[in-house]
Design a protein around this ligand. Structure first.
Ligand code: MEV
Length: 298
């Protein structure tokens, strides 16, 4: 069975596309996939009831991504891959990358290809590029490798260590968004007002560096404050919605140590950092339908 996990970016999204570091965690929810030899190439996706073939000029990014994935295996029999997606799409949890990782992992398994999770992450970047044009690589890397880690484009992933688990509550705004469009929105701002955006990125980088220290020291109060500040900087880049702001405020009022949007923004998900597991469960009730708790250990 192939598996690609979802991810939550704790701090640093968008700035990471432009070379700054970011901190992300892999979560347990993700995508499982199974590949079998068949009469023709086919990708099935549940629960969406989708079945599509590979098409390198296809209209659907999934068709093009599937074609690019299959092209990585030069001599092979036709394959049918069935993927089960347990993540909301367009929600900032790395759904497209997790599908790519799971599909490649499943194909590796049926063809007896033996490669490390790191190599799998690198292969899945081809898939991500079809969805997002200019991905930083954080989604596919965290999807394949998981844990809590500092990521910078072009560098080795640096796992962070702490003996204190992070209790996260992830809330979905119900507003789908497109990573490609949100990355392009930031690109346009960078073109029109380089100084303002570069300053925001520099601020985010400082928050990421401090958050690394806070995670390693188990100082979740400090980490929560850094999350709030990162949310504000992302708002200044017009990436937050009223719904995401309201959800973050509600979580803070209900006792979260910090809360922020995560991923591309413009909708999608936010998350809150809870001091303890039982408080995470309480925050989940505050954030309502579709929210869930993820406990991650650095
Ligand atoms: C998307 O999950 C995170 C972004 O920083 C894009 C990327 O890193 O490729 C918005």
């Amino acid at each position: 069975m192939g598996f690609g996990r979802g991810k939550v970016i704790l701090l640093g999204e968008h700035a990471v596309v432009h070379g700054c570091p970011a901190i992300a965690v892999g979560i347990e929810r993700g995508v499982t996939a199974e590949a079998v030899t068949a009469e023709r190439d086919l990708l099935r996706l549940s629960p969406w009831d989708l079945a599509l073939g590979p098409n390198s000029n296809g209209y659907e990014p999934l068709e093009r991504a599937f074609a690019a994935a299959l092209a990585m295996y030069p001599s092979r029999p036709p394959l049918e891959v069935s993927a089960k997606v347990d993540l909301p799409a367009g929600a900032g949890l790395g759904c497209s990358a997790a599908i790519g990782v799971a599909v490649l992992d499943a194909i590796d398994e049926v063809l007896g290809v033996d490669r490390s999770r790191k190599a799998l992450a690198a292969a899945a970047l081809v898939w991500e590029k079809i969805f997002h044009g200019n991905p930083s690589g954080i989604d596919n890397t965290m999807s394949a490798i998981g844990g809590v880690a500092l990521y910078r484009k072009g560098d080795e992933l640096r796992p962070l260590h702490s003996n204190k688990p992070l209790h996260l509550v992830i809330g979905y705004s119900g507003e789908p968004s497109s990573t490609k469009e949100m990355v392009a929105l930031v690109d346009r701002q960078l073109e029109n007002d380089r100084e303002r955006v570069t300053k925001a990125f520099a601020g985010i980088e400082v928050l990421v560096r401090n958050a690394k220290l806070a995670i390693e020291a188990g100082d979740h109060v400090a980490l929560g404050q850094l999350l709030d500040l990162n949310h504000t900087l992302l708002s200044s880049l017009m990436l937050c919605t009223t719904k995401l702001d309201d959800m973050c405020q509600a979580a803070r009022r209900a006792g979260a140590l910090g809360a922020k949007m995560t991923g591309a923004g413009g909708g999608g998900c936010m998350f809150a950092l809870a001091p303890k597991r039982d408080e995470a469960l309480r925050l989940r009730d505050v954030l309502g339908e579709g929210s869930f708790v993820a406990e991650v250990t650095a």
